[in-house]
Design a protein around this ligand. Sequence first.
Ligand code: ADE
Length: 228
Amino acid sequence: MKFTLLSLFPEILESYFSSSIMARAVEKGIVSYRNINIRDFAVDKHRTCDDAPYGGGPGMVLKAEPLAAALDFAGAPHLRTLCPTPSGRPFTQDYAKSLSAEEEIVLVCGRYEGIDQRVIDLYVSDEISVGDYVLSSGEIAAMVIIDAVYRLLDGVISLDSLAEESFVEGLLEYPQYTRPEVFRGLKVPEVLLSGHHANISAWRREQGIMKTRKYRPELLAGRKGYEI
Ligand code: ADE
């Protein structure tokens, strides 16, 4: 899968693609990426990419011309083009799964007060919010989206890990323990030491439901079979 990123700060993204599990996915050829600097497409001698909003108000808006030129260069009119923004559609695990089926996606990393709406009208298929808070950097939101998507691709992480994590089956994941058996007087739950797989599964499911009820009760609303 290919990620094409448009940004004013490509160095933020570069470090992400060259570290850890992502670096391995790139090395294996599962992921490829292109980092495009929007400033390279500015036309005036100061290479201006932002300007004050029409109608007044604080902050600056990303200008249409350099961004549109960068998007044309990226081939965006023919590709799924995402714009991370707090005013977008909420990003979820199902959303990540649907994006993981694409061969290539383009991400426009905004800054300041946002980007000129005409660029969104002409090029953007999905405006996506990663949560109900405001980040100063669209790059961080883009990395959240990419990270949730690429780990679902075949060969990035084990299928077992994907099958048992949070949001699979619409529940939060159960708690995990590793050695030692007792840490500062706290013992690992007995059932996990029993070797009894059916009991372990039942305990984990129950813990997942309890955790979901505590932190995300709305995920259980209207669903049958989640009473303990
Ligand atoms: N840019 C700034 N805040 C954001 C958010 N919550 N989601 C996506 N993009 C953003």
